[in-house]
Design a protein around this ligand. Structure first.
Ligand code: ADP
Ligand code: ZN
Ligand code: ZN
Length: 735
């Protein structure tokens, strides 16, 4: 008897299991490539899309009858070899299921199994015949009428993805219109590009020139920290470094922390390069994202600009990686696959032998430590470019000053002066809503969230109480539930309250609020930022949304309303976070010809962190914070993992963590410590009780040597049935 050899594929499937699954390749099929997608039966009635990670001739799943692959979706690997290896490394390092990691790397359309062929979107426009038709022609054909009206309102035409938002049945309508000669289309691919502007690049400052030269001279892997004060021309350094990469016919990958920063940076790239840009972020529709991703993967996009997950874009001719604002916490995904895009970027640059530039005015302590170790090269831009001066920074002592609606008299006087000069002011308060507390003056009752250990925030718009942690909302109570009194009031300030005070004090001024509530609609933030840049605002009041990288040349006064959130917080990173935010927001002041002034209100003016801020000495702050970390044994002097658990009953999560700690016995190396399980700082959130347990080691390898077998043991505990649990490697937030 002669049997054909068994052909088996190991497939990564998005599922919570930390394993790959074996499938038979039917005799009629060719071998699917490693890195190609296949459709496979998964569970009783379901077909899943997975990625082939290995070929084999014997199955590891002994005894089980293997199912055959149902369909091969790609004739070539959709995830090329180097990317597949990077993803496998990431799954391993973050101890996350490989199928889920693969799914994060793929655009949604490909994840669902759509073909990976590259085709651009079409843009449809009405022809002149189409725009002159008699509308009564449509009679009761409402869909046709709607499509016609949408096209008529868009003289530049509509993308197919935009038509799909008008009606799901757009395609039949468009085909009918096309047959009548009413519409025409242009093929448009998804890359942004345009004619290069005529503005000549500036002459580099000596510091910029040195930085550009250092990056340009790198052959192979070379990590750089570009530490430049706000407005020092870091972006100009990126542009020159990218220019060189483009001349070599290679690709540059640029990561930014926030979606809202992509249009600004894309515009700057466009004004310098004629090369098309693939922009990748989560706000794109599926079609546009898949298209940009495939263009990048095909090597057709010389510049790829994106947020966190863009780090997983395959680039066949990668020549440079830039991570802008490298300190930003947004580079770490906070749920599911908890990866750090910055850290993976470093690893990717090293595996693909290219230079990487981490840019920041306020580098993370981890990165500074790598510089001190000699692993990264530091490039410094100590002064602002183009002759602009650094702003002056002063503290306002709230212990000695009265304040009304969050603003002290000196800050108010500065606002008046700035208004009189016709310049812009920016006020920073990291608390949205009208007031953080709704209180009964009769008995002191404070409105709590019914589902969290948190207070409700009063939002005057809509006159409601809202929880910022779980989103639950309620009407204002007519009377106090405790004493039946009706003397209920908002207490403290949020951005809404400051906005209303400003409008009252300065009725002639244009006051603009920028926070998550005011820019909820798609595109609203971009529109608001554009208004600010065009000078159509006198005073801005906003949350940390304002602090990130936006360039407002006419802002000359920055007020930080409350610097104290963060000075005495339980999180070891809170001081670093605070300084980064204040430096960033101060950096908005006086970016062009005008010198800026920064006023910081605080109850703790002698705190060393604030003193370092006043002297605008980030290195002094870093020294102080580094010493604190050394003494307390926190990163960068130790490596952490956090085991989190949550359950619907109070003691279950803690009991689970205690069990988890017990099963580490026997496999825990001496160099690793598992701390006591503790309730999370906000124990109850959205009705669930949360607890956590910190694992710490000075040796990264020892930590990971424990995690691998330990997670397996934890997974086998019967207690896992009553909790949701996760492991966060290199956690950013310890709650
Ligand atoms: P950063 O990225 O460090 O915040 P930017 O690159 O945005 O700084 O530069 C700040 C401003 O200075 C921008 O308006 C930029 O056009 C300008 N600029 C940058 N480099 C130079 C230079 N060498 N000469 C003149 N102006 C410059
Ligand atoms: Zn009361
Ligand atoms: Zn809540």
């Amino acid at each position: 008897m002669f049997a054909a050899p068994t052909r088996i594929c190991r497939v990564a499937i998005p599922a919570p299991l930390r394993t790959v699954f074996d499938y038979l390749v039917p005799a009629a099929f060719p071998w699917p490539s490693v890195g190609a997608r296949v459709r496979v039966p998964f569970g009783p009635r379901r077909l899943a899309v997975g990625v082939v990670v290995e070929h084999a001739d014997t199955s590891l799943a002994s005894g089980k009858r293997l199912k055959p692959i149902a369909e091969i979706l790609d004739s070539e690997p959709v995830i090329p070899g180097p990317m597949l290896e990077l993803l496998q490394w990431a799954a391993d390092y973050y101890h996350h299921p490989i199928g889920d990691v693969m799914a994060t790397a793929l655009p949604a359309k490909l994840r669902r199994g759509d073909p990976s062929v590259l085709h651009g979107e079409r843009v449809w426009v009405l022809t002149s015949a189409g725009s002159q038709i008699d509308l009564s022609l449509f009679g009761r054909a409402r869909v046709q009428r709607r499509v016609w009206e949408a096209l008529n309102a868009a003289p530049a035409g509509l993308r197919e993805s935009a038509l799909a938002e008008v009606t799901p049945r757009w395609r039949a309508t468009i085909e009918a219109f096309a047959a009548k000669g009413w519409v025409a289309y242009d093929d448009l691919d998804c890359l942004e590009g345009g004619p290069p502007a005529t503005t000549a690049p500036p002459t580099l400052t000596p510091a910029q020139a040195a930085a550009v030269a250092a990056v340009g001279a790198a052959a192979g892997f070379a990590p750089f920290l570009l530490h430049g004060v706000t407005g020092s021309g870091k972006t100009e350094v990126y542009l020159r470094a990218i220019e060189k990469v483009l001349r070599q016919g290679r690709q540059a990958l640029v990561l930014v922390p926030e979606i809202s920063l992509t249009p600004q940076l894309a515009a700057r790239f466009r004004s310098r390069f004629s090369a098309p840009i693939a922009v990748l972020h989560s706000n794109l529709n599926d079609q546009a994202r898949a298209c940009a991703w495939l263009m990048a993967r095909a090597g057709k996009a010389p510049i790829v600009l994106g947020t966190r997950s863009a780090i997983f874009t395959p680039l066949p001719r990668l020549g440079l990686i830039v991570v802008d604002e490298e300190h930003d916490a947004s580079f770490k995904q906070q749920d599911g696959f908890r990866y750090s895009a910055r850290d993976i970027a470093i690893l990717r640059a090293s595996r693909e032998h290219v230079p990487i530039v981490l840019g920041s005015a306020t580098p993370s302590l981890e990165t500074l430590q790598r510089v001190r170790d000699g692993a990264y090269t530091r490039l410094t831009l100590a002064e602002r470019a183009g002759g602009a001066m650094m702003p002056t920074i002063e503290l306002l002592d709230l212990r000695k000053l009265p304040h009304e609606d969050g603003i002290s008299p000196p800050l108010r006087a500065a606002l008046i002066e700035t208004l009189a000069r016709g310049e812009q002011s920016l006020l920073f308060l990291n608390r949205r809503g009208f007031a953080p507390v709704w209180m009964c003056y009769g008995c002191g009752w404070i409105a709590p969230c019914p589902r969290c250990d948190a207070r409700l925030t009063f939002h005057r718009g809509g006159a409601r109480l809202r929880c910022h942690h779980c989103g639950s909302e309620s009407e204002l109570p007519a009377a106090c539930p405790t004493c039946r009194g009706t003397d209920l009031h908002p207490l403290g300030e949020g951005t809404e309250r400051v906005e209303s005070a400003l409008t009252r004090w300065f009725p002639q001024a244009r006051v603009l609020r920028i926070d998550r509530d005011s820019v909820r609609a798609k595109g609203a933030l971009e529109a608001t930022l554009a208004r600010v840049r065009e000078g159509d605002a006198d005073i801005l009041i906003g949350t940390q949304m304002l602090s990130k990288g936006h360039d407002f040349p006419n802002v000359t006064l920055v007020g930080v309303l409350n610097a104290d959130q963060g000075l005495y917080s339980t999180d070891f990173r809170s001081a670093e976070r605070l300084v980064q935010q204040i430096v960033q927001v101060s950096g908005r002041a006086g970016r062009a010809a005008k010198t800026g002034r920064v006023l910081i209100q605080t109850f703790h003016p002698s705190h060393p962190v604030l003193a370092a801020l006043v002297h605008q000495n980030y290195d002094a702050f870093a020294d102080y914070a580094m010493e604190e970390r050394r003494q307390t044994g926190f990163p960068p002097f130790a490596h952490l993992a956090l085991l989190r658990a949550e359950a619907t009953a109070a003691t279950v999560a803690l009991a689970f963590l205690r069990r988890a700690r017990a099963v580490a016995r026997g496999i825990i190396p001496d160099t690793v410590q598992i701390m006591d399980p503790v309730p999370s700082p906000m124990e109850r959130r959205a009705g669930r009780y949360r607890a956590q347990m910190l694992v710490q080691s000075t040796k990264r390898s020892a930590l990971h040597a424990l995690l691998r077998p330990w997670i397996e043991r934890i997974g086998e505990l019967k207690e896992t049935r009553r909790v949701r649990w996760s492991v966060d490697v290199d956690p950013i937030d310890l709650y």
